[in-house]
Write a protein of this length. Structure first.
Lengths: 148, 803
């Protein structure tokens, strides 16, 4: 049943879902040490016991640096991707629960900003949530858009 | 040697254990390719390892079995039950021998028994011609002692002592590395907890008794961490330990002469990595000796020193260990590789024609391709490089190959430092804390120190420390962050040396502390900045980035040219040294013997003295109505003078000399660099040293003396449009000499020089110099109009002073 267990959250007031088996933990971020010369969606580094998380601001990753000022998001989804530990900031956490119908294909046309990250829809309490894959957020963006 | 032997035996037995599970399956399905490969690799490894451990008995068995399996792989023979049985019997025998060797006793199976096993293999291979042309596996070993009786005798003397030594050897156990990793992480957590506690104790002001017991705990934790880190780290020396012997033995076997250079043995590396790298490295070294370095005769024929050079260099570069193996052998024959690829059906001829050089070179890594013309006991038949690459990639490493025909091959292994501990300096810059590996820091100074002078010249920042100039980079600028408000103290300068490039000075706000840092790889998105080698969690619990000294130099665009020369892989540097250029040996007019690179000499000519025109500071030679700067025109000139016409691709000049002596092959690399004018340095030619002229300096000198070159044609304005001589004769002459000519009314763009006749109206309203020509002769500052050289020189002079 873990297949149908999802974490529900919100980014820019949009309901999103992440597969629970991608997630290691959800933590409250304490101090994030900024990193110079990296894309603006990298908020910095945060310590989690003896591990160091690279903190990715999902909002900025989706909408770009100008989308808003410094993220205030206090919670991060912790995941281990390709041997590195990441913390993904979301704006708000809603719930962790099962979605009976599992993942459904995307209906309708998705905003181009979201499109690269959305792989399906998950329903919770009658609302559709965009299914995001954390690996996509850890990957380097294509093209030379790295200027800090 | 004992240690290596012990490892070889342990490894062999381990592999046998794994393979024993496969044996039955293979017997059932002998055609199974994957299993066949596994067995093949086993024998190959055994053969390779015992080659340098000097275990001829193992080697002979393994080689024979490997031959048979190779034939099966090629489809030249089938894996019939008799063959499989014979191969398995050899496996068992190797196992038995390994066990007895491991227990330090003589094998209880006589060596003659091996022959029976080998015969069985022969019988099974009955009628297969592939077996015959192969060199007898035992032959090279049998010859070896004959070549070196003294060494062999010495080894025999050593032998009886071995069992006792082994009995007294320190006991050891094998542990899974995962366990050590867990220990390491546990210790890291413990250190953080200790630091947290220390902070709290400071805040609350603990009583002295509590503090002293905390100190004890703290010291214990630190010791424990050191010990656990030591379990993982080893010097690369261990990797190097087996190589000299192996090289010596192989050279003897192959009849080659090789000088071995090992460098960077003090670099520390995760022991797991050392284990993983040992095998690929051994293969690479064997390949270099067997296929790369030529026999002394072949080297002599190729004009190289009889003795080849094999160089192993290890260094840490950011979060990677780089190991370079370079030889100065014959390089990799791309054509032969392509041919093999065609024969093996890997590529069609059309595809092969499209392969880039790198692609061709990469064929080396393809299973089953080996450029060796014949199979030798040393490095086999192409199991090598594909296995090497697989092994390196398996540990997250990268292997790169660079080869120049005739000059040698460099193979570079880059393997990650998954978990290492390095001493680091924690520096502060613009509110950020960052770590710099202490190994990269040569010196620390304050910027107000008397030993330092800082200046900014044309945008470049230079720090002169005790007379030595270094590029100065401020860390804040490289990181693109604002500098913090000037603190009370001076800034700190670090003299930083990276693995590439020359040392530079990195300015930081301050150096905070000096700590042992556990380095973990940074995530790709952080590494992409090119400035960070990893990250760490120092004792204060604040995550921190580890700076990459080479990356900073790169991002700051420091000129590395000079250093790049030093950093050239040895083989290439050697090649450069060996590279020669044609040079003209000539005698200067002052009698000195010098060399001039032939490439810049267009021609050698005799110039009549009258063609040389001396002007105020320089001289010109008139050649085909052009004036070329002439150097060395001072002093008496006879009726004619020899001149080298030098060209730099666009401009030309005449370099007057006494005589041409010879054309010689001179080394392209200057042995001693001199700072003298016109001389680049000293080179050795046939046991004598000569000064090599510096064409750059010569052209630079000429450019100062000369008419500003053809970049922008010099415009001459002829003021008297009505004078037929001026219009018809002078204009043509000027045009021929490459000037732009306007006649009559002044053009809009001011001309560089104006020519007028004595009789014409005076010219005014222009800053351009005016030359007056006279039909009668040079009087009153006028130039005689048929004194062509004088005229040309005057124009040159006038335009130069105008410029």
């Amino acid at each position: 049943m873990t297949d149908s267990l999802f974490l529900f959250a919100a980014i820019a007031d949009t309901p999103v879902a992440v597969r629970a088996d991608e997630i290691e933990a959800v933590v409250r971020l304490r101090e994030v040490v900024p990193v110079p010369r990296v894309p603006p969606y990298v908020r910095g580094l945060a310590a989690l016991r003896s591990r160091v998380l690279t903190v990715i601001d999902m909002h900025r990753r989706i909408f770009g640096a100008e989308s808003r000022g410094d993220s205030a998001a206090a919670h991060a989804i912790v995941a281990e991707i390709a041997g590195h530990s990441y913390g993904f900031c979301v704006d708000a956490l809603t719930d962790i629960c099962h979605a009976a119908q599992g993942v459904q294909p995307v209906r309708g046309r998705i905003d181009p900003a979201w499109a690269p990250f959305v792989s399906g829809l998950v329903e919770r309490e009658g609302r559709s949530h965009l299914l995001l894959t954390l690996t996509d957020f850890a990957a380097m963006p294509a093209g030379p858009s790295l200027a800090a | 040697m004992d240690e290596i032997l012990g490892e070889f035996i342990a490894e062999t037995l381990e592999t046998l254990e794994v393979l024993s599970g496969e044996v039955v399956a293979w017997e059932r399905d002998p055609a199974d390719g994957a299993r066949l490969d596994a067995f093949f690799r086993f024998f190959h490894t055994v053969k390779g390892s015992c080659g340098f451990l000097n275990l001829p008995r193992f080697e002979r068995l393994a080689h024979a079995a490997e031959d048979v399996l190779a034939a099966i792989r090629r489809g030249q023979r089938s894996a019939d039950p008799a063959t499989v049985g014979a191969v398995l019997a050899i496996m068992d025998r190797i196992g038995a021998l390994a066990r007895s060797a491991g227990e330090g006793r003589a094998p209880d199976l006589a060596e003659s028994d091996d022959d029976a096993l080998l015969d069985a293999l022969h019988l099974a291979s009955d009628g297969f011609e592939i077996f015959e042309p192969l060199p007898s596996p035992a032959a090279p070993q049998a010859e070896a002692p004959a070549l070196a009786p003294a060494v062999a005798a010495a080894e025999e003397e050593e032998k009886p002592a071995e069992p006792q030594r082994r009995a007294g050897a320190p006991r050891s156990i094998r542990l899974p590395l995962a366990l050590i990793d867990q220990l390491m992480n546990g210790i890291s957590d413990m250190v953080l907890a200790r630091n947290d506690l220390a902070r709290r104790m400071r805040e609350h002001g603990a009583d002295p008794e509590l503090e002293s017991s905390f100190e004890r705990l703290s010291a214990n934790v630190a010791d424990l961490r050191d010990m656990i880190s030591k379990t993982r780290m080893q010097r690369i020396d261990r990797l190097y330990a087996a190589i000299p012997r192996m090289v010596r033995d192989l050279c003897r076997e192959l009849g080659k002469q090789v000088a071995l250079e090992l460098d960077g043995g003090d670099v520390e590396m995760d022991r797991e990595m050392i284990e993983m790298v040992l095998d690929p490295l051994t293969h690479i070294v064997r390949n270099a000796l067997d296929h790369g370095i030529e026999t002394p005769a072949a080297r002599r024929a190729a004009g190289k020193a009889e003795s080849g050079t094999l160089r192993l260099v290890a260094r840490q570069s950011g979060n990677q260990i780089v190991i370079e193996v370079s030889d100065d052998g014959r390089g990799i024959d791309r054509a032969a590789l392509v041919e093999k690829a065609l024969a093996a059906g890997l590529h069609t001829p059309a595809e092969a024609a499209l392969l880039s050089d790198a692609d061709r070179l990469a064929l080396v890594f393809h299973p089953g391709l080996s450029t060796a013309e014949r199979v030798t006991a040393v490095s086999g038949r192409g199991v090598g490089m594909d296995v090497v690459r697989a092994n390196v990639e398996q540990i997250g490493g990268v292997i790169a190959i660079d080869s120049h025909a005739g000059c040698g091959t460099t193979i570079t292994l880059r393997v990650p430092l998954t978990l290492t501990i390095i001493p680091g300096l924690i520096v502060r810059a613009g509110g950020h804390c960052l770590a710099m590996p202490r190994g990269n820091v040569v010196e620390l100074l304050h910027d107000n120190s008397a030993m330092v002078a800082i200046e900014a010249v044309g945008g470049a920042h230079i720090a002169t420390i005790r007379g030595e100039r270094h590029a100065l980079v401020d860390l804040e600028d490289v990181l693109g962050i604002a500098r913090a408000e000037a603190g009370p103290g001076p800034r700190t300068l670090m003299v930083v040396r990276s693995s590439v490039g020359r040392p530079y000075v990195l300015g930081v706000e301050s150096v905070e502390s000096n700590e042992e840092l556990v380095i973990r790889p940074a995530s790709p998105v952080v590494t992409a900045a090119g400035l960070f080698a990893g990250m760490t969690l120092p004792d204060n619990g604040q995550p921190m980035l580890l700076l990459d000294a080479a990356g900073i130099a790169q991002v700051a665009r420091l000129p590395l040219r000079e250093a790049e020369l030093h950093a050239l892989p040895a083989a290439q540097a050697e090649a450069e040294q060996a590279e020669t250029l044609q040079a003209l040996m000539y005698r200067e007019r002052d009698g000195a013997l010098r060399l001039m690179p032939l490439g810049v000499v267009d021609r050698v000519e005799d110039l009549p003295a009258g063609r040389i025109v001396r002007t105020g500071e320089g001289a010109f030679a008139r050649i085909e109505d052009r004036l070329l700067p002439a150097l060395n025109a001072q002093g008496e000139i006879g009726a004619t003078v020899k001149a080298l016409r030098l060209h730099d691709g666009r401009g030309e000049l005449c370099y007057l000399i006494e005589e041409v002596l010879d054309i010689v092959a001179a080394p392209a690399r200057i042995d001693v660099v001199l700072a003298g004018p016109r001389v680049a340095g000293l080179v050795m030619v046939d046991e004598a040293q000569y000064e090599m002229a510096d064409p750059f300096a010569i052209f630079a000198e000429a450019a100062r003396a000369a008419v500003p070159a053809a970049e922008r044609a010099i415009s001459c304005h002829i003021a008297d449009a009505d004078d037929p001589w001026m219009r018809n004769i002078l204009a043509t002459l000027l045009i021929q000499a490459g000037y732009r000519v306007s006649i009559g009314t002044l053009p809009e763009a001011a001309p560089d020089v104006i020519l007028r006749t004595e009789a014409g109206a005076p010219v005014s309203g222009t800053p351009a110099p005016v030359l007056t020509l006279s039909a009668e002769g040079a009087e009153g500052g006028a130039i005689y109009r048929y004194d062509r050289a004088g005229l040309m020189a005057a124009i040159a002079r006038a335009t130069r002073s105008a410029a």
